[in-house]
Design a protein around this ligand. Structure first.
Ligand code: NIG
Ligand code: FE
Length: 442
């Protein structure tokens, strides 16, 4: 099972089997609870990360049981295992709600091309970019893809990430997209992390479908009538996503694909207004998408549409940094308009090959001008909301899954401060160890 539904009986049973004993996390300088409503935080609600000092956290049955005084929790949970946090900071595991983590070779060559003045979409027009990763993925076995992704996802975990959304989108044939999603399912059974699969058959018009408008249209029709039904029937994805961008999928094509996906029972995401404004944010809001992602070139109308909708604005500042863009998404305008913002890595071989979510927090503060609390909420509660999981993960509060990370810092503000450094010393998913370094567990 890749997705945990909130407070579901089967999950409770399994969690009880996993964790017979309770666990107490004691001795943290700060517990960053993010406690509050179990939904996206918007506007001014993002300003409070619920930081508490002098408290311990009890975990039982894979969930947070209580947050409070150590001696009280010790009496309530006699015989509990104790994790000594040693004056460090305990926080919810990061929810990385936007990645393209299934790919073959790195595309380091394109970085130099961009430095020499060839831009991202021009590289794609020359058959590189996403097309290069598509050629590569089609030649690799499922086992090879699984092995590559396994190592890469462990790197994400090492920075404190406990939930990762992963998109397909480097296959672009029925067979290659389905096997990408099957690899994600297999990874979810292998890794302790929580993985959320997204179907992105509309990541790019493949080279073989670009010769004529009719060929292009046949690809879109194939997505809707052939690929999507197979994805839905196999229960292989929670979300459908489209790269809606001038030069990639048009607004009309995006609407066609996502309307069909919604009818097939999938939740929706869009790559919207990434590099040029195209009405993607407005379309996301009107379709009731769970999130609109990128938004580097969103217009005032797009900001207003998102603020007036339930769609989370997922910002990916690492992508703009890595592409050498001088602009960033208008995070402050979005928050001031009352929108909900999430932060994610966009981990992918072309535009953001970083596994480091705390680095994205740094960019959130230094480039998007978020407060530390806003950046933390964006990568926990609002990341969860961008996956439709805000009732299950993202908070250290009773009833939430015990997805935790411990950092070798004394104050949460040091997480974006020591930029690029890896301060995570341990993480847990459903109360079970996920990534562990130098912890003292008694
Ligand atoms: O989110 N924008 C489209 N997709 C990715 C890039 C994928 C690639 O270049 O391989 C993104 O930036
Ligand atoms: Fe992306």
């Amino acid at each position: 099972m890749t997705i945990e539904e909130p407070r579901d009986a089967a999950t409770d049973e399994r969690d009880d089997a996993i964790t017979a004993r309770a666990t107490l996390f004691v001795g943290a300088t700060q517990v960053v609870t993010c406690e509050g409503p179990a939904r996206a935080r918007r506007g001014g609600e993002m300003a409070d990360a619920g930081i508490r000092r002098g408290v311990s956290v009890a975990v039982a049955g894979g969930r947070i049981a209580a947050v409070g005084d150590q001696s009280v929790l010790e009496r309530t949970y006699p015989g509990a295992e104790v994790v000594e946090c040693g004056g460090r900071v305990l926080a919810p595991g990061w929810v990385d709600s936007h990645t393209h983590a299934i790919f073959g070779r790195p595309r380091a060559d394109e970085q130099e091309l961009r430095a020499a003045g060839v831009d991202y979409l021009e590289i794609a027009r020359r058959g590189g970019g996403i097309h290069a990763s598509v050629r590569d993925l089609r030649e690799r076995s499922d086992d090879a893809l699984h092995a590559l992704a396994l190592g890469r996802l462990r790197r994400l975990a090492a920075y404190g990430t406990t939930t990762v959304e992963i998109k397909s989108g480097y296959g672009l044939t029925v067979e290659d997209e389905l096997r990408t999603l099957a690899v994600i399912r297999r990874l979810a059974a292998t890794l302790p992390m929580r993985l959320v699969p997204t179907w992105l058959g509309a990541h790019e018009i493949p080279l073989e479908a670009r010769a004529t408008p009719a060929a292009r249209n046949r690809y879109v029709q194939m997505l809707v009538h052939e690929m999507l039904p197979r994805v839905a029937a196999g229960g292989l994805a929670r979300f459908a996503d489209v790269f809606c961008e001038p030069g990639v999928f048009t607004l009309d094509e995006t609407r066609t694909i996502l309307t069909a996906a919604r009818a097939a029972g999938l939740l929706l995401k869009l790559h919207a207004d990434e590099l040029a404004p195209g009405g993607g944010a407005e379309l996301a809001a009107s379709l009731g998408a769970t999130s609109a992602d990128h938004l580097g070139a969103v217009t005032a109308a797009g900001i207003a549409a998102l603020a007036g909708s339930g769609t989370v604005a997922t910002l990916l500042p690492g992508t703009m940094l890595f592409l050498g863009r001088r602009t960033q998404a208008p995070a402050r305008e979005l928050i001031e308009a009352g929108a909900a913002i999430a932060l994610a890595t966009d981990f992918n071989p072309g535009t953001s090959p970083t596994p480091n979510l705390p680095l994205v927090l740094t960019l959130g503060v230094s480039q998007l001008r978020l407060s530390v609390a806003e950046a933390v909420i964006a990568a926990t509660v609002n990341g969860a909301a961008a996956l439709g999981l805000a009732e299950a993960i993202g908070q250290i509060a009773p009833g939430f899954s015990a997805d935790l990370a411990l950092y070798d810092v004394e104050d949460v503000r040091e997480l974006p401060y020591w930029y690029g450094d890896r301060r995570c010393v341990g993480s847990w998913v459903r109360g079970k160890p996920c990534s562990q370094f130098d912890l003292a567990i008694t």
